[in-house]
Write a protein that binds this ligand. Structure first.
Ligand code: ZN
Length: 308
């Protein structure tokens, strides 16, 4: 049976984009719930300027308090200073981010696009020198909120450079949620052909309601890993109008019902989404947690009885 890996990004991409500042203890409880639901690779923090992103100011505190041996913890970094902070913690994996256009790269991280990929490669080198793994995400790979269309040739060239850095994986991010399945299928296929055998991950936002369709297009095109956030938490404060990530439990429902294993427990995810909705104090975008799974627990019991 085919399987797809899911990286849970709720504790970072999700919470970073909420106006509310969560206590480290809420983050720890969220991560514990995700681990309980089977998450084994989790983006837990970003090591960025706390004046710009106050939601992530407690990155070191969160890392220090996380239990060992439960999951691979990822820390997002945008520059060498962030990498040094991350490497001073027990984080297992650094997630470096470069951006496909100059205007967005400047707004997001004060770098040109070309500088952003050079710096991402330096971050990978620093992680490897410290005995950690690192991967590179190409932001705005399908479209830019400031410059509009993004050339796939540019993204492929960046992916080639990223792959040569020693990164364990290259991710294509639809940061502002403009991609449609045809875009995702085409770019994943091109990047895969360029960097094989290195795996391709996708990071999709559901801003225009194409998120789940894009997940399926990515899976069909050979992406190995999908970023998702519990309940569809998230957005991007530096990308106007960007909505949350694709909801983890909706992705798991889609994939498992299609015969693709994820290693995640849908009932536990639905329970965690319900609990976290209470913590947030407002409904989350995910739909499966509201509609419930199919077949329901009751229907599954009846099915089993019928089979006896
Ligand atoms: Zn994102």
């Amino acid at each position: 049976m085919r399987s797809i890996e899911i990286v849970e990004v709720g504790p970072r991409d999700g919470l970073q984009n909420e106006p509310k500042i969560f206590k480290a203890s809420d983050k720890m409880a969220l991560i514990a719930n995700l681990v309980n639901a089977g998450a084994r690779r989790i983006e837990v923090a970003s090591f960025v300027n706390p004046a710009r992103v106050p939601q992530m100011a407690d990155a070191e505190e969160v890392l220090a308090a996380l239990p060992d041996g439960e999951a691979v913890y990822i820390g997002l970094v945008l520059n060498r200073r962030g990498a040094d902070r991350a490497l001073a913690t027990k984080v297992h994996e650094l997630g470096a981010v470069c951006v496909a256009t100059d205007t967005f790269a400047m707004r997001n991280q004060g770098q040109t696009s070309a500088d952003s990929i050079d710096i991402a490669c330096d971050i990978v080198a620093a992680a490897r020198a410290a005995g950690r793994r690192a991967q590179i995400t190409i932001g705005a790979a399908f479209g830019c909120p400031f410059e509009g269309e993004v050339s796939p040739d540019r993204v492929v060239a960046m992916a080639r450079q990223a792959a040569a850095s020693g990164a364990v994986e290259v991710a294509l991010a639809d940061t502002i949620g403009v991609a449609v399945p045809a875009d995702v299928a085409a770019l994943v296929a091109r990047v895969r052909a360029e960097i094989a055998p290195l795996p391709v991950r996708v990071h999709l936002h559901n801003t225009r309601n194409t998120g789940l369709a894009n997940v399926w297009a990515a899976v069909e095109a050979g992406a190995t890993t999908i970023d998702a956030s519990l309940g569809g938490l998230g957005g991007c404060p530096f990308a106007p109008g960007a909505a949350g990530n694709v909801p983890t439990e909706d992705v798991v429902y889609l994939l498992e019902r299609s015969g693709v294993k994820t290693g995640l427990d849908l009932d536990a995810l639905i329970g965690a989404a319900g609990w976290f909705t209470g913590v947030m104090g407002h409904p989350l975008p995910g739909m499966v947690s509201k509609a419930g799974r199919f077949p329901s627990a009751q229907q599954r019991i009846l099915e089993k009885v019928g089979q006896v």
